[in-house]
Design a protein around this ligand. Structure first.
Ligand SMILES: [Zn+2]
Length: 332
């Protein structure tokens, strides 16, 4: 029987509860097709005026001297500013290039390297702007209008956390919608066409996208989980949803479930936590369940997924502990 927790099918954000027997589970039954494959310098200000001893009237000399002092000061301040800014700008530019490279490397089936700056080039010739240069007015605006640069900006922590995430630290929730629609499919049918069944622990089967080797990565997760003690495997023995094409409630954004690239599990009750279940007035801020970070078995499970390109929703400020999604551009 599905619990209250298993009825939510959305990733963190604006999840809603779904009726039992929702399309998630129907999709699981109906999309078992295809074949699973697993395999600077400072100027001196004490310089003598060149007019000294030349007969130039003193007042003029003073004016000149004053100008001489002012100009180097301007030059100095400008140079100083450049001295401070240039390295920072260079570092920021290098960071952008690094992030763009990481994105391209993560999706070799679709993206190819290009010398064109600020460009993500697809194999079919499509170009996407990496940094749209559009300032976002707040966190919701960032979620709604994320550029590819925004998508890569928040680093996913590989280490196991010892404390709750900082406010709005949701690495992975910031997604560029157009990017993933093009990657995995821009309609339910298009995504379905890429789903393959992946055998899961205990002999069940879940549909997962074969795009980018996501299904193969899930296979590798399964195989590594099998090497862990049974009581650890038990944590993720019950998948409760993968593919579900639908915008996040109240938004036009699609979660990674829409692309068949995310999977939820029924975790032990104390660990099965979702931020919207724990919000508190007056500001409805979530209260991160720090105690879950003490669970060694959960940590083992999460680390297996991360080794194969998945991220875990439990590392988000807007936590979703049952949720794992394939985001090979983020871990590392
Ligand atoms: Zn989920």
């Amino acid at each position: 029987m599905l619990t209250r927790e298993t009825r939510t099918r959305e990733t963190a954000g604006n999840a809603t509860y779904e009726p039992v027997g929702s399309d998630t589970h129907d999709e699981n039954r109906n999309d078992r097709r295809g074949t699973e494959t697993c395999s600077k310098r400072r100027p001196r200000r004490d310089q003598v005026s060149p007019f000294e001893g030349t007969g130039v009237p003193r007042p003029l000399m003073l004016v000149y001297t004053a100008e001489m002092l002012r100009i180097p000061a301007i030059i100095a301040s400008t140079a100083c500013a450049l001295g401070l800014l240039c390295p920072a700008l260079a570092a920021a530019a290098a960071q952008d290039v690094s992030a763009l490279d990481a994105l391209v490397r993560a999706y070799p089936d679709h993206l190819v390297p290009t010398e064109r700056p600020n460009t993500v080039l697809w194999k079919d010739g499509t170009e996407m702007v990496f940094d749209d240069g559009v300032p976002k007015t707040g966190f919701e605006d960032l979620l709604n209008r994320a550029s590819l640069k925004d998508q890569m900006a928040m680093r996913y922590p590989r280490s196991w956390p010892s404390a709750a995430p900082l406010v709005n630290a949701d690495p992975g929730r910031v997604r560029n919608d157009a990017f993933f629609r093009k990657m995995y499919g821009s309609s339910a049918d298009a995504v379905r066409g890429n789903l393959v069944p992946v055998e899961w622990l205990g002999g069940t089967s879940v549909p997962f996208t074969k795009v980018n080797g996501a299904a193969e990565a899930l296979c590798r997760v399964r195989e590594e989980l099998k090497t862990l003690p049974a009581d650890v495997q038990q944590y993720v023995a019950q998948p409760v949803g993968t593919f579900a094409w639908r915008p996040i409630a109240g938004t036009t954004r699609l979660s990674m479930h829409s692309f068949g690239a995310a999977i939820d599990f029924q975790l032990p009750r104390a660990l099965h936590r979702y931020w919207k279940w724990d919000t508190r007035p007056p500001n409805d801020a979530p209260v991160y369940p720090v105690s879950i970070l003490q669970d060694g078995r959960l940590r083992q499970v999460v680390e297996v997924f991360e080794r194969h390109g998945f991220i875990w929703g439990g590392k988000w400020f807007h936590y979703d502990t049952m949720h794992f999604e394939y985001r090979p551009e983020l871990p590392g």
